[in-house]
Design a protein around this ligand. Structure first.
Ligand SMILES: C=CC1=C(C)c2cc3[nH]c(cc4nc(cc5[nH]c(cc1n2)c(C)c5CCC(=O)O)C(CCC(=O)O)=C4C)c(C)c3C=C
Ligand SMILES: [Fe+2]
Ligand SMILES: [Fe+2]
Length: 369
């Protein structure tokens, strides 16, 4: 059979709304074989690396996957916890809190699940489980505030791929970005303010975002502009002047030019320009992960100190703060508008029974409800 379907479908079952929260993905363990598997899947995605396929296959398999897995495994070891990868447990907790928060209004009509674009839990497995539980309307919610084809676009590709193999498609909604959402901006501002209450203000606040190759910007990807807009909105909310903050891009990969200014080079240059007290916040990372804990929390701290910097602090990502969960809840609720949810349990059961009887009489199990 080419298209997957369900042979045990029952016409009486209640339709549910599913919210699939996703993030990038992370290796299963901080060791070389797990990193090789993870990086192979991630870096083979043509949305992530836009190099002609045959050439990239040779570079990826011949060079990168021979060197990088060992190096990255060592870095992952430094952030690994008893609960596993930070990105995994933060995303799991975010989904749990979002489910709880949406249940206050929708009860169990809305199911929230999380999956990873690469690695596990795989989107395919989670989508299958959601459909089995009666989800007929599906919201895809990648936790990337700023849209890029390499991240949000690729997550949509994975969803489309999955449903190309299925017989019966649900209704869909796709939250492609939320970089200027008022609740999200407020959550970022409150995270920074509460850090200031404990540690004081810096001379300069650095907003560091994950980079992408510069050519994605010149070819029409809105990511760069959305990052700048997020920074501006947070700065306005905090009453910062133009000289009080900077937007930079981190995690460069490969030899080509990426979005500038680079976070590491900026931090190396700031002390000479008289800036010796900085704090770094990463609005584009909805959860702390290798790229924030190790790269910003450790590696860049050293660059800054070596260059003569005196005070350096990393402000944690939004993770599962109440403000963040409230913002995510409001974004989902806005997306759900127009999708009728039947709150009247008795009426719903009566209709389901009537439908079952109707289709039983028709003896036509393929008829849709
Ligand atoms: C938040 C947005 C992200 C964008 C945009 C992004 C683009 C991008 N990333 C790579 C290569 C790597 N990224 C890696 C880790 C990583 N990247 C993001 C997010 C974005 N990436 C996150 C959240 C993480 C951390 C995952 C974790 O497990 O904690 C890595 C793996 C780590 C390593 O080996 O250094 C690579 C590689 C490219 C090429 C790219 C844009 C084209
Ligand atoms: Fe990345
Ligand atoms: Fe721009």
């Amino acid at each position: 059979m080419k298209y997957r379907g369900y042979s045990d479908f029952s016409h009486g079952q209640t339709d549910r709304i599913g919210v699939l929260v996703t993030n990038l993905g992370t290796p299963d363990a901080p060791d070389t074989p797990s990193l090789r598997r993870y990086l192979k899947e991630f870096l083979a995605d043509p949305r992530v690396v836009e190099v002609p396929r045959a050439l990239w296959w040779l570079i990826l398999n011949g060079v990168i996957l021979r060197i990088r897995p060992k190096r990255s495994a060592a870095a992952y070891k430094t952030v690994w916890t008893e609960q596993g990868s930070p990105l995994l447990f933060h995303t799991q907790e975010q989904a749990k809190q979002l489910q709880k928060s949406l249940a206050e209004e929708y009860g169990d009509d809305v199911v929230v699940r999380f999956a990873m674009r690469y690695g596990s839990p795989a989107m395919s497995d989670v989508i299958d489980e959601m459909l089995q539980s009666g989800v007929r309307k599906l919201v895809l919610f990648p936790l990337y505030p700023q849209y890029s084809g390499a991240t949000s676009g690729s997550t949509f590709d994975a969803l489309a791929q999955e449903f190309m193999q299925r017989r019966w498609l649900p209704d869909f909604r796709f939250i492609s970005h939320y970089h200027d959402d008022a609740g999200y901006i407020d959550a970022c501002a409150q995270q920074i303010e509460s850090f200031w209450q404990q540690h004081g203000r810096p001379q300069k606040l650095i907003f560091s975002y994950h980079g992408v190759p510069k050519k994605y910007l010149t070819q029409g990807d809105p990511y760069h502009c959305e990052c700048h807009k997020t920074s501006r909105l947070i700065a306005e909310r905090l009453d910062l002047g133009k000289d009080d903050y900077l937007t930079t891009f981190q995690s460069r990969f490969g030899r080509e030019e990426w979005l500038q200014p680079y976070t590491d080079e900026t931090l190396k240059a700031l002390p000479d320009a008289g800036v010796k007290n900085v704090q770094v916040f990463c609005p584009g990372f909805s959860a702390d992960c290798l790229e924030t804990i190790e790269e910003i929390g450790e590696e860049n701290r050293e660059y800054f100190a070596e260059a003569g910097g005196e005070h350096y602090a990393y402000i944690p990502a939004l993770n599962s703060t109440v403000e963040h969960i409230n913002a995510l809840t409001a974004i989902v609720k806005r997306e759900l508008q127009g999708w009728s949810l039947d709150h009247d349990e008795t009426a719903r059961q009566r209709r389901a029974a009537a439908r079952q009887q109707h289709y039983g009489e028709l003896n036509n199990p393929d008829e849709s409800t």
